[in-house]
Design a protein around this ligand. Sequence first.
Ligand SMILES: [Zn+2]
Length: 103
Amino acid sequence: MNESPETAAQTEDECNYFGGCPICHKTDGYVNVRSSHWFVCDAHRVRWCIGANLFSSWKDETEGEQQANWAKIQEYRDVTPAHLQCDESVACNTTTSVCELSF
Ligand SMILES: [Zn+2]
């Protein structure tokens, strides 16, 4: 009996819609800088922006919180996120043109 190569199902964890750190393929979540959402990997100090105003969470943050967010990630390296684990049917579009890089 031959095993089907399709049986190696990927878990949800392995397919991060917003990409992952190009080194470890993980993310520590995102922070908001104004309306832009930056995903980060704290272990490797990298960041990538996945767009702006996709989540409403940024509206609940004070300017002080946002500046703290930016202070945390401004030294991080801009990277192209890894989408290697994503199914091809999942659109991993990023719209970096809308991202704000500073205050
Ligand atoms: Zn990493």
